[in-house]
Write a protein that binds this ligand. Structure first.
Ligand SMILES: Nc1ncnc2c1ncn2[C@@H]1O[C@H](COP(=O)(O)OP(=O)(O)OP(=O)(O)O)[C@@H](O)[C@H]1O
Length: 196
């Protein structure tokens, strides 16, 4: 642990197109380093499902309070899915650091732009698909997309790649071609920079 006690706990932002392999890589790194990494707890306006605990699974809130939080600049990012609002607060990230874990943020380039305006000082890792053709076939193979959502994700992917591959945006760019190579690159970088 360094002098200021938290410099080894810089959050990690993984960003990149939907289907580039962020979740796959995060799952693996969390499994290889149990308890080292944590996710922030999101806010949502949706009602808790049976068994969901406020402050554990989500910070459950109402639309008025949610909007107040946005207006007061407390959120890094927020989005609407269906009728519900979801967001990540800066405090939720700081809570992860406070419990001694490295916070992993899996966000899109809009989120990255917003994080860059905060004092969170993360390391940015861009996960790039080898090609648009590979990205498309992986999304199809994943079986999660309709024709419509596939089209939207591929369209958004172009912008993600344009942004993430610009010099100076990411601290590390990983082309996720062979998964094993991509994972080893990620692991090595994290070992050298945050896992001491
Ligand atoms: N190197 C790879 N080679 C082949 N397939 C891969 C590779 N990496 C990931 N995949 C597969 O591609 C699909 C997309 O990966 P994943 O779900 O991790 O992407 P993601 O970036 O988290 O997407 P989203 O932002 O939509 O959550 C998954 O089915 C995954 O198993």
């Amino acid at each position: 642990m360094s002098m200021n006690g938290t410099s080894t706990l810089r959050p990690i932002v993984l960003f990149g197109p939907s289907g580039s392999g962020k979740s796959t890589l995060i799952k693996r790194i969390m499994k290889d380093f149990p308890n080292k990494f944590g996710f922030s707890i999101s806010h949502t306006t949706r009602k808790p499902r049976p068994g969901e605990v406020n402050g554990v699974h989500y910070h459950f809130t109402n639309p008025e309070e949610f909007q107040n939080n946005i207006d007061n600049g407390l959120f890094i990012e927020s989005a609407i899915f269906g009728k519900n609002m979801y967001g990540t607060s800066k405090k939720a990230v700081k809570d992860v650091i406070a419990r001694g874990q490295i916070c992993i943020l899996d966000i899109d380039c809009q989120g990255v732009r917003k994080v860059k305006k905060t004092d969170l000082n993360p390391l940015y890792i861009f996960i790039q698909p080898p090609s648009m053709e590979d990205l498309k076939s992986r999304l199809i193979k994943r079986g999660t997309e309709t024709d419509e959502s596939l089209k939207n994700r591929l369209e958004a992917a172009k912008q993600e790649i344009e942004y993430g591959s610009q010099p100076g945006i990411a601290n590390l760019l990983i082309v996720n071609d062979a998964l094993e190579d991509a994972y080893n690159k990620l692991k090595k970088y994290l070992e050298e920079n945050v896992l001491h």
